[in-house]
Design a binder for this molecule. Structure first.
Ligand code: ZN
Length: 498
């Protein structure tokens, strides 16, 4: 049994002005053949799960092409053509094989193509036909489309946000593929779309946690192979944006339809709970200072580079400087220009720079600071968060600057902060600090919940704000909660009649 594996993953924030190019992918991952195995074996991600599981059960995997770019703006047409070419070319030269397992995301958007994943799967089908099973893993932030359902045999989404189970989903993809090839199962899928968009919602807390439990209860049924609550990616201006439920059964379309409908009902009933009160950076800091104990982790959800934002937003950092915080650290802000100046001047120097706020004018202005250069590093470490544990990370040249009693880490690549490793790299033990600030919406929880006294999420204008009304969705297929009034929504969907 021989299974081809590959990955093309991008979460596209169409409201970002930063276009996604071949270079954007090459900065993070652009691998062919054996290099994919070498990078992902024993790493807790989708491909790691596929590789390890196949080796464990004696299935041969053939690595094809793997590309990942940090979430950002729309993918150029030229980049899309290149991505598809690289994957298809590897499939063509692979010789005989029995099936394909792909790690896709689900929220990729290309200039002129709203559905990256649907496009990739159709291109693959054009080459391999419909006899070869194709099983796909997806991020729960995927905006799932009918085209993806049509072209794949089974779509498997991660259940957790933070996505700590991508490895398990990779393993599951291999297992289901093997069962399809042995004739043990015949997957049937049902996709239920809700007229609903939700801000980033961790599954560590209700209501998303409860919906997961409902899905898992359904998976107890012997004919239900998978039932996933896809949150969708709201920062996308396409008609097929929003929450979906996808059920995969063993050859039982009615059961798949019924299950997706019923879980969709439950999500719809609880839709208002997905919108927590919004806390500004200043309010968050004041709240933190009233709490005994430490560390208080403050996450800037509105500038989460993991959701396609610039990563150089200054709303939270400027509030921290304004409050003249003691025993506080910020890790990290993206600003290669400031990093270069720090590296030129060296450890022990005092530099005067304008930090952050350079990508656009939505995420705050550059802040003039006079800072002491404490540490300089290459920005490389091994991820320790349960999400992606073992992965080799490279944030480029980095620096730890000190302004009064505030430590600020600055890096040359855009990313959210997933664990305390970037702090450790710069000599900071976050467990001794009163306030630890970072940029991330929910993924940081996997690394920081075990060590934080309290977590406070703050929001301000930004490309990943909780405030969805801040975005101008001009292409919605019809009324959508939370933008439309109840009576308009009533006309569109059947759930609210109940
Ligand atoms: Zn995600």
């Amino acid at each position: 049994m021989k299974i081809l594996i590959g990955e093309i993953a991008h979460e596209t924030n169409t409201f970002s002005k930063v276009k996604t190019t071949v270079e954007s992918f090459k900065q993070w991952e652009w691998l062919h053949g054996e290099a994919i195995i070498n990078k992902h074996r024993k790493v807790r991600d989708y491909l790691g799960g596929m590789i390890d599981r196949a080796e464990e059960i004696g299935v041969e995997v053939v690595p094809t092409f793997s590309a990942f770019a940090m979430p950002s703006g729309i993918i150029t047409q030229e980049t899309y053509e290149r991505l598809v070419y690289e994957l298809i070319n590897e499939i063509k030269v692979a010789g005989n094989f029995d099936a394909i397992c792909l790690a896709l995301h689900g929220a990729g958007v290309v200039e002129g193509i709203d559905d990256l994943e649907g496009g990739i799967l159709t291109a693959v089908r054009n080459v391999v036909g419909y006899e070869i099973p194709i099983v796909v893993t997806l991020d729960l932030h995927g905006n799932i489309t009918d085209q993806m359902v049509k072209e794949a045999d089974a779509l498997l989404g991660v259940n957790f946000y933070p996505h700590v189970d991508s490895y398990e989903r990779g393993m599951e993809a291999i297992d289901i593929t093997k069962r399809i090839l042995l004739g043990e199962v015949q997957p049937k899928m049902s996709l239920k779309k809700l007229p609903l968009m939700i801000p980033t919602s961790t599954t560590n807390l209700s209501p998303a946690k409860d919906i997961n439990q409902l899905c898992w209860n359904r998976e107890e049924h012997e004919s239900i192979l998978d039932c996933t609550f896809f949150h969708g990616f709201p920062y996308t201006n396409i008609p097929e944006v929003g929450v979906t439920i996808l059920t995969v059964t063993d050859n039982d379309q009615d059961l798949a339809d019924k299950t997706s409908e019923e879980i969709a009902d439950e999500v719809w009933k609880r839709r208002k709970e997905f919108f927590p009160p919004i806390v500004s950076p200043i309010e968050g800091i004041q709240k933190a200072l009233k709490i005994d104990g430490y560390p208080i982790v403050i996450n800037e959800t509105s500038d989460n580079p993991g959701g396609g934002t610039p990563g150089d937003g200054t709303h939270l950092l400027s509030a921290m400087l304004q409050e003249n915080l003691r025993n506080a650290c910020f890790g990290f802000i993206y600003d290669p220009e400031v990093v270069n100046i720090a590296h030129e001047k060296g450890v022990g120097a005092t530099i005067e720079v304008n930090i952050g706020g350079k990508t656009d004018d939505m995420h705050g202005d550059p802040i003039p600071i006079k800072a002491y250069v404490k540490t300089l590093t290459d920005g490389r470490f091994v991820q320790s968060s349960p999400m992606g544990k073992g992965g080799k990370i490279n944030y480029g040249k980095s620096a730890r600057l000190i302004v009064n009693d505030l430590d600020i880490i600055v890096c040359s690549k855009r990313s959210q902060t997933l664990d305390e490793q970037i702090f450790i790299l710069h000599g900071i033990d976050v467990t001794t600090y009163k306030i630890v600030a970072l940029k991330s919406s929910q993924h940081f929880r996997a690394g920081f919940e075990p060590l934080a006294n309290t977590i406070i999420s703050v929001d301000s204008p930004g490309l990943s704000s909780f405030n969805l009304k801040f975005f101008n969705h001009t292409r919605l297929a019809g009324p959508v909660y939370p933008f439309n009034e109840e009576d308009e929504l009533l006309k569109r969907n059947e759930w609210s009649k109940k």
